[in-house]
Ligand binder design. Structure first.
Ligand code: XMP
Length: 520
């Protein structure tokens, strides 16, 4: 049955719940399960056996966590969970919780076992079936299970973990002290697959094609009539969300692309071409450059700029939205990590939204969030499957306020044109060097200073361009990218030769923290 909010409904897929004991690994486990084409969802450790029964998963994975089962504030689970008869795999802390809850022994160790460990398989095992007797696994724990609960067989050991793996297939309960979800555990994904396919009997139906199909059914079931509005920015999330919804309801979807004039070179043309020409979408392209530049005239303060851009954006979107007849739904590109992070995983998936993004109070809209169950890599794969061009699907993040936060000081048309031209060269050269996908972001910044140079026979007094290129996992921290000198050299000579008004190029070698990725 399709879900209520246009997301690919988990109800149609065999589902594995990942109980989150606060580990950074819970998301990784959920992703690995999905890579094995089984839908997974992260749930709170406070979930009860009855709540799990109602969610009807085919399997449960208890994640790792930082705590000791003996700590005063140790995380427990409802012991009823282990009596549900649903196949369960404990990983690291989850393994210890199983042992502790069912009467095994967990020893408190002062010394941690951390990193690679040589593991020996000591008994036949469902999880380790067909894998080598000796293999490398990745450990990260101090406490260790020293005796399994009654009924469990020890199936593998390492020098520091006498019970590196245990199982009781009659109850469908399995535990591993190591982390099968990390790449350093050589055969980890195979172990997870054994749990999913053999222990749980999960069917590998969570494929990109079926996500799309289910999502389309869900949107159709939700939208009976009226119009659906979607703010399209050209970024991957809004693009994939729009393409999915469009596939479901065609012309009932109205996309609004507010071009604030602060976009990168050719970006507006690309959005037009992709969504109007290729996808034949109902696209309202608002060219609001003059309005934004007028509002920004004379403003140099970064926060003030952001505020003006945000407010102007909302006003423009609002004006356009009120002209579309009978709008009842708003598409948002919310992703699964946003859902987990905002702690609303259990919240209803359809909400009545007043005034979203400044929409008028009397427009009471319901949200359609077709990507709400998806991780970013799944969104990209779905986007590719839908035929969205690679340049959009693999696009580096770009801030909402656009180039305005990369121009220090006043934003003028002249300075925007300079930055746009330099930025395009940075992009071209990074792509040419095959580095685009390795970098979190790579772009140009235009500071508000000028310096002296000499070009031809004449003295110049012009702006510098700063190249910014960073690697990052999530933008919370970032490191400056060690771009090869040859790439920097090519960018420098091209920018200085091709962009009028630039006579110097510098490379930003600051990490975040203490700097930020953007300059404003
Ligand atoms: P900072 O500069 O804070 O940026 O290190 C972290 C990440 O966020 C992006 N960014 C924004 N994205 N609206 C956005 O949608 C914004 O106002 C905004 N400001 C920064 C930035 O590009 C980087 O990826």
């Amino acid at each position: 049955m399709p879900g209520p909010a246009g997301q690919a409904s988990s109800g149609d897929f065999d589902k594995v719940l990942v109980v989150d004991f606060g580990a950074q690994y819970a998301q990784l486990i959920a992703r690995r399960v999905r890579e094995a084409h089984v839908f997974s969802e992260i749930v709170s450790r406070s979930i009860t056996a009855e709540e799990i029964r109602q969610l009807a998963p085919v399997g449960i994975i208890l994640s790792g966590g930082p705590a000791s089962v003996y700590a005063d504030d140790a995380y427990d689970i409802d012991p009823g969970i282990l009596a549900l008869g649903i196949p369960t795999l404990g990983i690291c802390y989850g393994h210890q919780v199983i042992a502790h809850t069912l009467g095994g022994n967990v020893a408190q160790n002062d010394v941690a076992e951390y990193g690679r460990a040589e593991m020996t398989v000591v008994a036949p095992s469902i999880i380790l079936r067909g894998l080598p007797d000796e293999q490398v696994v990745w450990m990260s724990h101090s406490d260790a299970v020293t005796e399994p609960p009654a009924g469990f067989a020890v199936t593998a050991a390492t020098p520091d973990s006498p019970v590196a793996a245990m199982e009781d297939p009659s109850r469908g309960i399995y535990g591993v002290q190591f982390h099968p979800e990390v790449g350093h555990t050589d055969r980890g994904q195979e172990m997870l697959k054994h749990f999913l396919y053999e222990a749980c009997g999960a069917r590998p139906l969570w494929t990109h094609a079926s996500i799309i199909e289910q999502s389309i059914d869900a949107v159709r079931a939700t939208v009976d009539g009226g119009s659906v509005i979607c703010g399209l920015s050209g970024g991957v999330d809004s693009s994939v969300a729009a393409a999915l919804v469009h596939k479901a309801i065609g012309d009932q979807l109205v996309c609004v692309f507010v071009d604030h004039g602060l976009l990168r070179k050719d970006e507006a043309v690309q959005v037009e071409q992709t969504f109007r020409s290729s996808f034949h979408m109902n696209l309202i392209h608002v060219n609001a450059e003059d309005r934004f530049l007028t509002a920004l005239a004379g403003v140099a303060d970064p926060e003030e700029k952001r505020k003006i851009i945000g407010e102007t954006f909302i006003r423009v979107f609002e004006e356009v939205a009120t002209e579309v007849t009978d709008v009842r739904f708003l598409v948002q590109g919310t992703l699964y990590p946003d859902v987990i992070e905002s702690g609303t995983a259990d919240a209803a998936k359809i909400k009545s939204h007043h005034n979203v993004g400044g929409l008028p109070e009397d427009m009471e809209l319901s949200l359609i969030e077709p990507l709400r169950d998806l991780f970013k890599d799944e969104v990209r794969a779905v986007g590719e499957e839908l035929g969205i061009p690679e340049e959009i699907v693999w696009r580096q993040p770009f801030p909402g306020p656009g180039l305005a936060v990369r121009i220090i000081g006043e934003v003028t048309k002249e300075r925007l044109d300079i930055l746009r031209a330099a930025d395009a060269i940075v992009l071209e050269e990074v792509i040419r060097a095959g580095l685009y996908n390795e970098l979190w972001q790579s772009f140009a910044v235009l500071p508000a200073i000028r310096s002296v140079g000499v070009q031809g026979d004449g003295r110049t007094y012009a702006y510098p361009i700063v190249i910014r290129a960073v690697t990052s996992e999530d933008a919370m921290t970032a490191d400056w990218a060690r771009l090869p000198y040859e790439v920097l050299e090519r960018i420098s000579s091209r920018v200085i030769n091709e962009v009028e008004g630039i006579n110097r190029v510098a490379y930003d070698i600051s990490s975040k923290p203490p700097s930020t990725i953007e300059w404003e």
